[in-house]
Design a binder for this molecule. Sequence first.
Ligand SMILES: [Zn+2]
Length: 53
Amino acid sequence: MSQKIKCIRCGEEFILEDGEKKFYDDKGFPYPKRCHDCRIVRKRYREKYEKDS
Ligand SMILES: [Zn+2]
């Protein structure tokens, strides 16, 4: 079953799909705490600043 998670950044609820959940379970990774949009923002931010340093 897909799972609803509340984004820690914007507070929006997002759905973690079955396939995604399985991916995290298989890898032993914790489930994401941020919605898709916030993950993209964070990724862009990191790419921008890590390249500059
Ligand atoms: Zn969010």
